[in-house]
Write a protein that binds this ligand. Sequence first.
Ligand code: CA
Length: 220
Amino acid sequence: MRALLVEDDALLGDGIRAGLKLADFAVDWVRDGDMATRALLDHAYDICVLDLGLPRRDGLTLLRELRARGSKLAVLILTARDSREDIIAGLDAGADDYLTKPFDLGELQARLRALVRRAGGVASPTLEHAGVVLDPASRRVSAQGVPITLSAREYALLLDLLGHKNHIRTRAQLEESLYAWGEEAESNTVEVYIHRLRKKLGTDFIRTLRGVGYQLGEAG
Ligand code: CA
Protein backbone atom coordinates (compact mmCIF):
# COMPACT_ATOMS: atom_id res chain seq x y z
CA MET A 1 0.00 0.00 0.00
CA ARG A 2 1.32 3.41 -0.92
CA ALA A 3 0.64 6.55 1.08
CA LEU A 4 1.12 10.22 0.29
CA LEU A 5 1.96 12.26 3.37
CA VAL A 6 1.44 16.01 2.97
CA GLU A 7 2.98 17.78 5.98
CA ASP A 8 5.21 20.85 6.12
CA ASP A 9 6.42 20.41 9.69
CA ALA A 10 9.72 18.49 9.52
CA LEU A 11 9.63 16.93 12.97
CA LEU A 12 5.99 15.94 12.79
CA GLY A 13 6.35 14.65 9.23
CA ASP A 14 9.29 12.49 10.28
CA GLY A 15 7.23 10.92 13.07
CA ILE A 16 4.16 10.34 10.92
CA ARG A 17 6.24 8.82 8.13
CA ALA A 18 7.84 6.41 10.60
CA GLY A 19 4.39 5.49 11.92
CA LEU A 20 3.05 4.88 8.42
CA LYS A 21 6.02 2.70 7.58
CA LEU A 22 5.34 0.63 10.70
CA ALA A 23 1.79 0.23 9.41
CA ASP A 24 3.31 -1.20 6.18
CA PHE A 25 2.80 1.75 3.88
CA ALA A 26 5.39 2.80 1.32
CA VAL A 27 5.41 6.54 2.08
CA ASP A 28 6.03 9.53 -0.20
CA TRP A 29 6.36 12.68 1.84
CA VAL A 30 5.83 16.15 0.35
CA ARG A 31 5.94 19.44 2.25
CA ASP A 32 3.87 21.85 0.21
CA GLY A 33 0.58 21.97 -1.64
CA ASP A 34 2.04 22.23 -5.15
CA MET A 35 4.23 19.17 -4.71
CA ALA A 36 1.27 17.30 -3.29
CA THR A 37 -0.82 18.12 -6.35
CA ARG A 38 1.94 16.94 -8.66
CA ALA A 39 2.44 13.72 -6.70
CA LEU A 40 -1.30 13.01 -6.79
CA LEU A 41 -1.35 13.43 -10.56
CA ASP A 42 1.73 11.27 -11.12
CA HIS A 43 1.15 8.32 -8.79
CA ALA A 44 -1.59 5.99 -7.66
CA TYR A 45 -1.94 6.09 -3.88
CA ASP A 46 -4.04 4.01 -1.55
CA ILE A 47 -4.29 6.75 1.02
CA CYS A 48 -3.41 10.41 1.63
CA VAL A 49 -2.67 11.97 5.03
CA LEU A 50 -3.23 15.67 4.51
CA ASP A 51 -2.28 18.66 6.62
CA LEU A 52 -4.37 21.81 6.03
CA GLY A 53 -1.97 24.69 6.72
CA LEU A 54 0.55 24.27 3.90
CA PRO A 55 2.90 26.50 1.90
CA ARG A 56 1.83 27.39 -1.67
CA ARG A 57 -1.53 25.64 -1.66
CA ASP A 58 -3.88 25.11 1.26
CA GLY A 59 -4.93 21.55 2.06
CA LEU A 60 -8.64 22.28 1.63
CA THR A 61 -8.11 23.76 -1.84
CA LEU A 62 -6.03 20.77 -2.80
CA LEU A 63 -8.70 18.38 -1.55
CA ARG A 64 -11.50 20.18 -3.44
CA GLU A 65 -9.44 20.04 -6.65
CA LEU A 66 -8.79 16.35 -6.11
CA ARG A 67 -12.50 15.60 -5.74
CA ALA A 68 -13.34 17.88 -8.69
CA ARG A 69 -11.09 15.62 -10.80
CA GLY A 70 -13.20 12.68 -9.69
CA SER A 71 -10.57 11.05 -7.50
CA LYS A 72 -11.87 8.54 -4.96
CA LEU A 73 -8.60 8.43 -3.03
CA ALA A 74 -9.09 7.91 0.71
CA VAL A 75 -8.03 11.14 2.44
CA LEU A 76 -7.48 11.66 6.14
CA ILE A 77 -7.01 15.26 7.24
CA LEU A 78 -4.46 15.58 10.04
CA THR A 79 -4.37 19.13 11.31
CA ALA A 80 -4.07 21.43 14.31
CA ARG A 81 -7.34 23.11 13.28
CA ASP A 82 -9.72 21.57 15.76
CA SER A 83 -12.82 23.77 15.74
CA ARG A 84 -16.13 22.17 14.86
CA GLU A 85 -16.40 24.48 11.81
CA ASP A 86 -13.02 23.35 10.51
CA ILE A 87 -13.89 19.68 10.92
CA ILE A 88 -17.21 20.15 9.10
CA ALA A 89 -15.50 22.11 6.31
CA GLY A 90 -12.87 19.39 5.93
CA LEU A 91 -15.34 16.54 5.70
CA ASP A 92 -17.57 18.53 3.36
CA ALA A 93 -14.60 19.30 1.10
CA GLY A 94 -14.25 15.55 0.55
CA ALA A 95 -12.16 14.16 3.40
CA ASP A 96 -12.99 10.64 4.57
CA ASP A 97 -11.72 11.20 8.08
CA TYR A 98 -10.37 13.99 10.25
CA LEU A 99 -7.88 13.81 13.09
CA THR A 100 -6.54 16.73 15.10
CA LYS A 101 -3.04 17.32 16.46
CA PRO A 102 -1.77 16.28 18.92
CA PHE A 103 -2.81 12.78 17.94
CA ASP A 104 -2.05 9.26 18.98
CA LEU A 105 -0.05 7.27 16.41
CA GLY A 106 -1.94 4.07 17.20
CA GLU A 107 -5.23 5.83 16.52
CA LEU A 108 -3.93 7.25 13.23
CA GLN A 109 -2.81 3.77 12.12
CA ALA A 110 -6.17 2.24 13.07
CA ARG A 111 -8.09 4.95 11.21
CA LEU A 112 -5.94 4.38 8.11
CA ARG A 113 -6.54 0.64 8.26
CA ALA A 114 -10.28 1.35 8.41
CA LEU A 115 -10.07 3.70 5.41
CA VAL A 116 -8.04 1.23 3.36
CA ARG A 117 -10.45 -1.61 3.95
CA ARG A 118 -13.45 0.59 3.16
CA ALA A 119 -11.73 1.74 -0.02
CA GLY A 120 -11.31 -1.92 -0.93
CA GLY A 121 -15.02 -2.51 -0.32
CA VAL A 122 -14.36 -4.63 2.76
CA ALA A 123 -15.91 -4.22 6.20
CA SER A 124 -14.18 -7.08 8.01
CA PRO A 125 -10.95 -6.08 9.81
CA THR A 126 -9.17 -9.19 8.51
CA LEU A 127 -8.42 -9.97 4.87
CA GLU A 128 -8.98 -13.49 3.66
CA HIS A 129 -8.58 -15.56 0.53
CA ALA A 130 -8.47 -19.32 -0.01
CA GLY A 131 -7.76 -20.08 3.64
CA VAL A 132 -5.10 -17.39 3.97
CA VAL A 133 -6.00 -14.84 6.65
CA LEU A 134 -4.17 -11.55 7.21
CA ASP A 135 -4.91 -9.32 10.18
CA PRO A 136 -3.56 -5.81 9.47
CA ALA A 137 -3.88 -4.74 13.12
CA SER A 138 -1.70 -7.50 14.56
CA ARG A 139 0.21 -8.16 11.28
CA ARG A 140 -0.46 -11.88 11.74
CA VAL A 141 -0.84 -14.16 8.74
CA SER A 142 -2.06 -17.73 8.72
CA ALA A 143 -2.78 -20.31 6.05
CA GLN A 144 -5.38 -22.97 6.80
CA GLY A 145 -5.07 -21.98 10.46
CA VAL A 146 -1.28 -22.36 10.60
CA PRO A 147 0.72 -19.20 11.41
CA ILE A 148 3.01 -18.08 8.58
CA THR A 149 6.09 -15.89 9.00
CA LEU A 150 6.64 -13.35 6.24
CA SER A 151 9.35 -10.77 5.63
CA ALA A 152 8.26 -7.11 5.55
CA ARG A 153 8.18 -7.02 1.73
CA GLU A 154 6.41 -10.36 1.43
CA TYR A 155 3.84 -9.09 3.91
CA ALA A 156 3.40 -5.81 2.02
CA LEU A 157 2.94 -7.67 -1.26
CA LEU A 158 0.35 -10.02 0.24
CA LEU A 159 -1.45 -7.06 1.80
CA ASP A 160 -1.64 -5.38 -1.60
CA LEU A 161 -2.94 -8.47 -3.38
CA LEU A 162 -5.57 -9.15 -0.70
CA GLY A 163 -6.58 -5.49 -0.68
CA HIS A 164 -7.15 -5.55 -4.46
CA LYS A 165 -8.69 -8.99 -4.45
CA ASN A 166 -10.68 -8.99 -7.67
CA HIS A 167 -8.23 -6.91 -9.64
CA ILE A 168 -5.26 -7.73 -11.77
CA ARG A 169 -2.19 -5.97 -10.40
CA THR A 170 0.53 -5.06 -12.85
CA ARG A 171 4.17 -5.34 -11.87
CA ALA A 172 4.42 -1.53 -11.95
CA GLN A 173 1.48 -1.19 -9.57
CA LEU A 174 2.98 -3.71 -7.18
CA GLU A 175 6.34 -1.93 -7.32
CA GLU A 176 4.60 1.37 -6.52
CA SER A 177 2.86 -0.31 -3.62
CA LEU A 178 6.08 -1.75 -2.21
CA TYR A 179 8.52 1.10 -2.69
CA ALA A 180 8.45 4.80 -1.87
CA TRP A 181 10.52 7.41 -3.70
CA GLY A 182 14.22 6.93 -3.19
CA GLU A 183 13.99 3.19 -2.60
CA GLU A 184 13.73 2.10 -6.20
CA ALA A 185 13.23 -1.58 -6.77
CA GLU A 186 15.65 -3.92 -8.51
CA SER A 187 14.22 -4.98 -11.85
CA ASN A 188 13.00 -8.47 -10.90
CA THR A 189 12.10 -7.77 -7.31
CA VAL A 190 8.33 -8.29 -7.62
CA GLU A 191 8.87 -11.69 -9.25
CA VAL A 192 11.21 -12.66 -6.40
CA TYR A 193 8.64 -11.85 -3.73
CA ILE A 194 5.83 -13.50 -5.68
CA HIS A 195 7.98 -16.62 -5.87
CA ARG A 196 8.61 -16.55 -2.11
CA LEU A 197 4.93 -16.04 -1.31
CA ARG A 198 4.00 -18.99 -3.52
CA LYS A 199 6.51 -21.16 -1.68
CA LYS A 200 4.85 -20.27 1.62
CA LEU A 201 1.19 -20.10 0.56
CA GLY A 202 0.98 -22.55 -2.32
CA THR A 203 1.78 -22.30 -6.02
CA ASP A 204 -1.84 -21.67 -7.02
CA PHE A 205 -2.40 -18.90 -4.49
CA ILE A 206 -1.18 -16.24 -6.94
CA ARG A 207 -1.84 -16.52 -10.65
CA THR A 208 0.42 -15.00 -13.27
CA LEU A 209 -1.42 -13.46 -16.20
CA ARG A 210 1.33 -13.49 -18.76
CA GLY A 211 2.19 -10.03 -20.02
CA VAL A 212 -0.47 -8.45 -17.82
CA GLY A 213 0.23 -8.97 -14.13
CA TYR A 214 -0.82 -10.95 -11.11
CA GLN A 215 -4.04 -11.89 -9.41
CA LEU A 216 -5.07 -14.08 -6.51
CA GLY A 217 -5.98 -17.57 -7.69
CA GLU A 218 -9.47 -19.04 -7.62
CA ALA A 219 -10.62 -19.63 -4.06
CA GLY A 220 -11.30 -23.19 -2.94
CA1 CA B 1 1.14 22.81 8.52
